[in-house]
Design a protein around this ligand. Structure first.
Ligand SMILES: CC(C)(COP(=O)(O)OP(=O)(O)OC[C@H]1O[C@@H](n2cnc3c(N)ncnc32)[C@H](O)[C@@H]1OP(=O)(O)O)[C@@H](O)C(=O)NCCC(=O)NCCS
Length: 436
């Protein structure tokens, strides 16, 4: 059977090369043979921000950005959000198939029994400044957990890996809740094993002096749906960091801390916090046109709009909008919703946004729901990190068990000086280019 090839002719040498095409891809390493002479390193690709580079093979999450499709292991996100619990979806991401009833019961039981934090972790967190950003607390605490579970560095041992995966998925809501309670000056609430994953998180967040916390079922389901929508998203910035840090064989706690740090940025998971700030800045529905005009003139971005991959619509945003309506039936309508809806309406009709294929993304409405549920904006990215842990770990495990993967290490195009003559300190005069 003939193989598809890309024939390229190097104008420098007039030589033609046949590069195999597989899965719509050529191998960057196949370009290395293209040289002008024996001392030439060989051709490389230049792809800042990985705009057109596949860094791995993956069977976890599929996105078709042009058609607005998101699937976990072949299951459409809409179906999973309607019929599954978050832990069922986490199982799917990690093990490849939806669990049977027995497998799910066992999985939920195991996660539930790992929710407790070590007391030293609790004390570690108590020592953050009273107004510490919860995301900084989360990143630091994930890294600190590496010191509590030193065996986690044994990443080639599959059962040991699974134990750390269970611990991370089980404990991240406990860390998140602790960071929230810390910011309010409230004591830490221990997990309640009678409750579901989302209910127990709500218990650790909001239990006061009542003997038993009872979660509102609509809110608990809404939180679970939000967790499902945020569980994985293919090779996004933080998943790429998880794989990259993990490729050095750092343990999963340190790799997850690195991934969470990447998530915290306003261009990634931090965007939901920025959306709320933006809606506050706009102030009212009436002020929307003036704000959009400013953005079009190059003053800032519409936070919660645009996506590197989705150029049609973000399927998660649709489900979130639906979920928001259910939440508002319980909490009352968040007044910011009117501003958000007007912003969406105006932007979707505007040539600037249409031409650039800018649509509301997952972060546009999630912040409004979180606020209606009673969360401060600083908590929003932490809420994103809780379910994304399942995705990070699935990506990490896939990377570790992929024979083609090695330590992640990109190349560069050198733009600096050629070798320079050393000038002793006493003889160095002020240079025009030295920053003052
Ligand atoms: C998500 C994001 C980082 C994707 O960036 P990207 O794929 O690199 O897209 P680009 O930055 O190349 O944007 C393409 C064009 O759209 C414009 N653009 C992108 N997002 C925009 C936004 N939110 N508001 C206004 N203009 C935007 C860019 O200025 C650029 O315009 P130009 O062609 O005139 O220079 C970007 O859309 C963004 O910053 N969005 C806001 C933050 C956000 O919501 N992040 C959450 C993602 S889930």
């Amino acid at each position: 059977m003939s193989q598809d090839v890309l024939n390229v002719t190097d104008s420098r040498t007039n030589q033609t090369y046949s590069l195999p095409i597989e899965n719509g891809t050529i191998r960057a390493m196949d370009l290395r043979q293209i040289k002008t002479g024996s001392d030439d390193f060989g051709l490389m690709t230049y792809d800042p921000a990985f705009m057109n580079t596949a860094s791995c093979r993956s069977s976890i999450t599929f996105i078709d950005g042009d058609r607005g499709i998101l699937q976990y292991r072949g299951n459409p996100i809409e179906v999973l959000a309607e019929h599954c619990s978050f832990l069922e979806v986490a199982y799917l991401l990690l093990f490849g198939d939806l669990p049977t009833q027995h497998e799910l019961a066992e999985w939920v039981g195991e996660i539930t029994h790992h929710t407790m934090l070590h007391e030293t972790t609790k004390r570690f967190m108590e020592n953050f400044r009273y107004n510490a950003h919860p995301m900084g607390m989360l990143v630091s605490t994930l890294a600190a957990m590496s010191t509590i579970y030193p065996e986690a560095r044994n990443i080639h041992d599959a059962p040991n890996r699974l134990l750390q995966i269970k611990r991370l998925i089980a404990k991240i809501p406990s860390i998140a809740a602790m960071s929230y309670r810390h910011s309010l000056g409230f004591p830490y609430v221990y997990p309640d094993n009678d409750l579901s994953y989302a209910e127990n998180f709500m218990n650790m967040l909001w239990k006061m002096v009542e003997p038993k916390y009872v979660a509102n079922p609509v809110m608990a389901r809404a939180l679970d749906i939000l967790f499902i929508l945020h569980a994985d998203h293919e090779q996004n910035c933080s998943a790429n960091v998880m794989r990259s840090a993990g490729s050095s064989h750092a343990d999963p706690y340190l790799s997850a801390a690195a991934a969470a740090a990447a998530l915290s940025g306003p261009l990634h998971g931090g965007a939901n916090e920025e959306v709320l700030k933006m809606l506050d800045e706009i102030g009212s529905k009436e002020a929307v046109p003036a704000y959009v005009k400013r953005v079009k003139e190059g003053h800032g971005k519409l936070m919660g709009f645009g996506h590197r991959v989705y150029k049609n619509y973000d399927p998660r945003a649709k489900i979130i909008k639906w979920t928001a309506e259910r939440v508002f039936e319980v909490t009352g309508r968040n007044p910011k919703l009117d501003t958000a809806l007007e912003l969406e309406r105006i932007a979707l009709e505007d040539e600037y946004f249409i031409k650039r294929k800018l649509y509301p993304n997952v972060d546009f409405y999630s912040g409004i729901i979180y606020q209606a549920m009673g969360f401060k904006p600083e908590m929003f990215t932490v809420l994103f990190a809780i379910p994304r842990m399942a995705g990070w770990l699935a990506q990490w495990q896939e990377m570790l068990t992929d024979d083609e993967q090695k330590i992640s290490r990109p190349r560069q195009i050198w733009t600096g000086h050629a070798t320079r003559e050393f000038i002793p300190l006493a003889k160095r005069g002020p240079l025009a280019t030295t920053p003052r």
